[in-house]
Design a protein around this ligand. Structure first.
Ligand code: HEC
Ligand code: HEC
Length: 334
């Protein structure tokens, strides 16, 4: 159930447009699509598949290699490393709360978690399997999976469609509610420090929340240009424009440098920052956002306040029971 509790509503003036910012707490469960209702059996299967390196060509890389669910849901690397040590140009976003993204990937090219989960397994620089037929054949050769799929989807149900549905169902459980910010918005005024409250107000007054809005601060459904304003210093240092964002997929000029607004939940845990992972610290990321998105030079104090506020968005991570994967005694895959 998707519950949004808008408890505090404030009015901000950004230029001449007035924008209402609703401070919303993170829902404790995520909505599931009609064709993939969440069940315990799917979650269990999805958790197994998510953590199984045998879904990669070399048997070394699982979803968790790049999206570590014992940490902030990513790998803290500028660029993730897939099979045979290969790296791409983008940084792994967190899977925590990805259930609340309107679209998936930095450029939003996948419409759902189900669609997203099909990608990495056959991506040559991520998990490197030749095809989903090969993945399905491998899963069929591992005895225990037949049973786990049967429990989740019925007899003889090992397929790409069901594997990605199970992974997505598991991902919908990766939610981190009850951060100090959530407690504050729910009425516990002692949950934030004075500095954090100052930062929260600054983020709103400056206009951060015009893009980073909603319970996950990911501006549901919005693509935004980045960088909005040019700055030769940051351009030379971080090369943000080398990657054309949405236009890499659509090949349309009007989509150049359009990006999905990323969540700010647990942002303190997911350095380095931005699509290319080029920025090492949260202070620098905030300074850059001020300059490149709002054309404002933030003071040291403003940056420190906002960073303090962003630290209050670190939520409670549910304790996870790791699955036992079905073994393949006497067999190896490579
Ligand atoms: C080799 C590292 C690597 C592996 C393995 C990997 N991912 Fe990712 N993942 C990434 C990177 C990098 C991106 C961002 C790519 C982009 O935006 O173009 C990403 C994006 C995502 C997103 C989108 C999140 C968002 O905020 O947009 C989700 C969800 C996700 N991966 C889940 C998975 C799942 C599930 C698996 C296993 C089936 C997986 N990943 C395997 C590196 C990896
Ligand atoms: C015009 C829309 C817009 C505004 C205003 C804006 N942002 Fe962003 N923000 C984005 C987009 C889009 C990205 C992703 C950029 C990329 O990496 O390609 C982003 C990225 C970020 C990141 C890095 C996220 C990550 O996972 O690496 C942080 C931190 C951040 N913004 C904080 C802020 C703060 C603080 C403010 C106000 C000072 C702000 N943003 C204002 C759109 C905006």
């Amino acid at each position: 159930m998707f519950k949004i509790r808008a408890l505090v509503t404030a009015l901000t003036l950004i230029g001449s447009i007035s924008v209402a910012t609703a401070w919303e707490t993170l829902p404790t469960s995520a909505p599931a699509p009609a064709d993939n209702p969440t069940t315990e059996e799917k979650i269990e299967l999805g958790k197994m598949l998510y953590h199984d390196p045998r879904l990669s060509s070399t048997g070394t890389v699982s979803c968790a290699s790049c999206h570590n669910t014992m940490l902030g849901g990513e790998d803290n690397r500028p660029n993730s490393m897939g099979v045979n040590g290969q790296t791409g140009g983008r940084s792994a976003p967190t899977v925590w709360n990805s259930a609340f993204n309107a679209v998936q990937f930095w450029d939003g090219r996948a419409a759902s978690l189900e669609a997203q989960a099909a990608g990495p397994v056959t991506n040559p620089i991520e998990m490197g399997m030749k095809s989903w037929d090969e993945v399905v054949a491998r899963l069929k050769s591992i005895d225990g999976y037949a049973k786990a799929f049967e429990l989740a989807f019925g007899k003889d149900s090992i397929s790409k469609d069901n594997a990605t549905k199970a992974i997505a169902a598991y991902e919908r459980t990766l939610i981190t509610p009850h951060s100090p910010y959530d407690k504050y918005v729910a009425g516990d005024k002692s949950a934030l420090t004075e500095q954090q409250v100052r930062g929260m107000n600054s983020a709103q007054e400056l206009g951060c929340t015009s893009c980073h809005s909603g319970p996950a601060f990911n501006g549901p459904g919005m693509f935004q240009p980045f960088p909005m304003h040019s700055n030769p210093y940051f351009a030379a240092k971080y090369h943000f424009k080398n990657d054309k964002g949405l236009a890499e997929v659509t090949k349309k000029a009007e989509d150049e440098h359009l990006w999905k607004v990323p969540t700010l939940r647990n942002i303190a845990l997911t350095a380095p920052y931005f699509h290319n992972g080029s920025v090492k610290t949260l202070d620098e990321a905030v300074l850059i956002m001020g300059k490149l998105q709002l054309d404002k030079d933030l003071t040291k104090e403003q940056v420190a306040d906002i960073v303090a506020f962003l630290n209050s968005l670190t939520g409670e991570f549910p304790k996870q029971k790791m699955p036992v994967l079905p073994a393949t005694p006497g067999t190896t895959f490579n």
